[in-house]
Each structure stands twice: as C-alpha cells, then as structure tokens.
Design a protein around this ligand. Structure first.
Ligand code: NAD
Length: 421
C-alpha cells in the first residue's frame, strides 16, 4: 500500500478501536468497563544503547505494551522491524487479549517491538539488542507477569537470548519467561508450525460448514515466512490445492497446484520462492485478486484495503496474519459475503501451543507431539464453533462475534476481580 493510500485507511490501532466500538455497541456493558477494556493497561518505551560491530554506539527504540492482564499474565510476541510503531504494538497487544479470550486460554494480551532492520544487523548486534531490551524490561516480564514469544523477524534463537538474560538476572533458569524457545531449552514440540497448522484446522472447519472438498479447494497465500510456509505445507499435505504464493520479492502461480515441500527446499537453497520450477511469476499484489476458494494472508497488517477488497474472488478469507484487513475493507467483505475467519481465531494456534509450552515448563514435564496437536486441535475447533454459533445467534459477522465473545470474557474477569482502589 502506498503512503497516500494508507492515509485513507485507519492504522491497525484505529482499526482495532473501530471494531472494539462496534462489538461493544452490541453488548450491554457499563460505559466505565468499556473504558477499562479499550486502553492498554501499561505502555513501556525504552531507548537502548547498543555497541555496533563498527565500534559506534547506536540507540534503538523498543516497546512493550501490556493491554490486559485481567485473565492471566500478558502474552504476545516481539517484533523486529524498521516500521514498528507504538500504535502498531498497541493494536497487536489488544489483539492478543482478544485472541487468548476467544480460545479461552488463561492469558492476557501484550506485544513488543524494536525499531530495527534485522537484515542489516550481524548476529552479535542482534544478540546485544535482544539482551539489552530484555534487561530494560526485567521488572515487567516473568512467567506470572508477561511472557513474550516470536513474531515477525524474531525466532527461537532470539527467545533463547531473552530466556538467558532474564535467568541470569534472576539467578536461576526460568524457562517459562518466554515461549517459542528451542526444544533443548524447554520449547514445546509442535510450537514451530502451530500457527500455520492452526490455520489449516480452521480452514477444515470452514470446509465442513460449506460442504467443500479439500482437493477442490484452491488456496492463495500471502507471505511465506513462519506462518505462511507452515500453513501452506499443512494445507498441501492435507490435499488442498495451493495455487499461489505472494512474497515481498514476487509471486508464483500454478493453477494445478504447487508442490509446497519442494518449494520450501527451493527457498532454502535459493533464498527466494521466485523462479520455482513449474510456476509462473506473477505480481504479488495482483495474485491476491486471483480466483480461489481460500485467501490466506500471512504477512503484515493492512494488506486487504478499500482499494482491493471489492476485487477479491475468494469464498473464504483465513487471516493468518494479525490485522491484514482494514476496517473499511472488512465492511466491503461483509457486503460481498466473503466468509471471514478472523485473525484472533485463525492464527490462535501459535499462542495455544505457547500456552502448552508455558504449562510444560512450569511442570517440568514434556508432552508428545501427538498430545500437543490433539489438544491444540480441540481448542481451535471449540473456538471456531463458539464464534460461528455466536455470530448466528447475534446475527453479526464472524469478526464482530469473535470480538464480542472475547470482550465479554475479559469483562467478566474484570467484574469478578473488581477494581482495586
Ligand atoms: P515472518 O517474518 O516469519 O514472515 C513474514 C513473511 O511475510 C516474510 O516471508 C516476508 O517476506 C513476507 N512479506 C512481508 N511483506 C510482504 C508483502 N508486502 N507482500 C508479501 N509478503 C510479504 O513472520 P511470521 O511469524 O510468519 O508472521 C506473519 C504474520 O503472522 C504477522 O502478522 C504476525 O503477527 C502473525 N502471527 C505470527 C505468529 C507466529 O507464531 N509467528 C502467530 C500469530 C500471528
């Protein structure tokens, strides 16, 4: 989206606010309680000095927003990107609150971000940024306080550095302070592909609802990172027809279906999906408008906007990314009768297995991959069923139903706890 276009759309925090207001409008909540739910409970900004490899001292800005801790410790990823803003982190933190409530896991919502470009940083610089950021947030993090996880441009290694830094200060190893860790350090089996696999589970539920067959379901994805590649792989292995992938560097298309396992190998070898044999190169923005049954955005916010929403041809939109659809676009999709599996449900597989990781770390007892998967599937299927049933009962679109369900659950926790004065 160009800067001029993005000005016409709301930013993610504003979009979240509009959806929140719309959902609250259907609920009978006291105005004061809605006020409490609307604002993040804590916003921390840090400016962290880091010694660069060149010997120069650089200062990076980092954020951690805790939107709500009413239902449990804050939970949410850390994002490294040159475009991170406080409003983006606020939106992502509030979505974590609603997401954890929709799938009914005992966490609140939080999110973090550091304004940096990991592509331009050495491993040593990344480690120093991560450790100093963690050290600055020491008073706010902890297994009972706020538990980070990976997000865009952060991975298992970065989570290991967060865990080690926190543990060094605590003087004992505290694996449960962060999730998405390597298996050797208290990570959970099935965490790496949980978000993508969760997308497949909710797509399966949507197919059941519409009596559609997997092998006749064409899928186009945007983004081939952690979420996109794992969603594509699981869908492919379950015999969906994945016909297109839109990446930052270019799109690829094959109407007969792409071999996703071979594509993952190709990307590993060539560093890009572009040029993959048996595919034609296509414009990544155009690809979102191709004919398909499922469109699965798994890249960034604000990708489906008032500019392109009307031209989408999918029957189902499964939001692997957080906030890929703007508020204006959401209304257009409703008019077009596109079935939306909203982000706070569709990508909840990741936080669900993060919850399992936290439980396993605290127990010091680890589950098999089958146990993780069975338990995650059950939670997501219940979540899907809850949202669909609620949408039908309340006669609202699925996204608003998911918000309403989540807001009610968080409001109920606040009511029961009372307001401490
Ligand atoms: P990632 O960094 O692994 O992957 C992002 C991918 O998107 C990259 O391949 C990048 O090249 C691509 N991309 C960026 N801009 C693009 C553009 N304009 N067009 C097409 N592709 C583009 O990040 P991720 O962890 O896969 O996260 C993706 C989304 O899913 C984010 O919105 C994130 O918040 C959300 N999410 C992630 C998790 C998780 O467990 N990682 C969980 C829930 C939600």
């Amino acid at each position: 989206m160009s800067t001029a276009e993005s000005k016409q759309e709301l930013n993610p925090w504003q979009s979240q606010g509009m959806l929140f207001e719309e959902a609250v409008g259907h609920l009978n909540l006291p105005a004061g309680l809605a006020k409490v739910l609307r604002e993040p409970s804590k916003e921390i900004i840090v400016h962290i000095p880091v010694q660069m490899d060149s010997g120069e001292l650089e200062v990076f800005t980092g954020y951690r927003v805790q939107h709500s801790i009413a239902r449990g410790p804050g939970k949410g990823g850390i994002r490294y990107s040159p475009d991170v803003t406080l409003d983006e982190v606020r939106a992502l933190a509030s979505w974590m609150t609603w997401k954890c409530a929709v799938v009914n896991i005992p966490f609140g919502g939080a999110k973090g971000g550091v304004v940096c470009d990991p592509q331009k940083l050495s491993r040593g610089e990344l480690e120093r940024i991560t450790r100093r950021y963690t050290a600055e947030l020491l008073d706010y993090l902890g297994p009972e306080r706020d538990v980070p996880a990976p997000d865009v441009n952060t991975d298992e290694q970065i989570m290991a550095w967060v865990m080690d830094t926190y543990s060094m200060h605590m003087r004992h190893t505290t694996t449960a302070v962060v999730t998405g860790k390597p298996l050797e350090l208290g990570g959970s089996r099935g965490r790496h592909d949980a978000t993508g696999r969760g997308c497949m589970i909710v797509c399966d539920e949507a197919l059941k609802k519409f009596k559609m067959a997997r092998d006749r379901t064409r899928v186009i994805l945007q983004g081939f990172g952690n979420v996109g590649s794992q969603a594509a792989r699981h869908l492919y292995q379950e015999e969906y027809r994945v016909i297109g992938i839109a990446e930052k560097a270019g799109g690829i298309y094959n109407p007969h279906g792409l071999d996703i396992v071979a594509l993952m190998d190709y990307r590993k070898e060539h560093g890009t999906i572009v040029g993959f044999p048996n595919s034609e190169p296509v414009d990544p923005q155009e690809l979102l408008l191709y004919d398909c049954e499922i469109l699965l955005p798994a890249a960034l916010e604000n990708q489906i906007t008032s500019r392109n929403a009307d031209q989408l041809k999918c029957r189902i939109l499964c939001e692997g990314a957080n906030g890929p659809t703007t508020f204006a676009a959401d209304k257009i999709l409703e008019e077009k009768n596109v079935f939306v599996i909203p982000d706070i449900l569709a990508n909840a597989g990741g936080v669900t297995v993060s919850y399992f990781e936290w439980v396993q770390d605290r127990q010091g007892y680890f589950w098999t991959l089958n146990q993780v998967r069975e338990r995650m599937d059950r939670i997501l299927r219940f979540g899907f069923y809850d949202v669909i049933t609620y949408a039908e009962q309340q006669n609202v679109r699925t996204r608003i139903a998911a918000y309403m369900l989540a807001i009610e659950r968080v409001a109920s926790a606040i009511r029961l706890r009372g307001i401490y004065a």
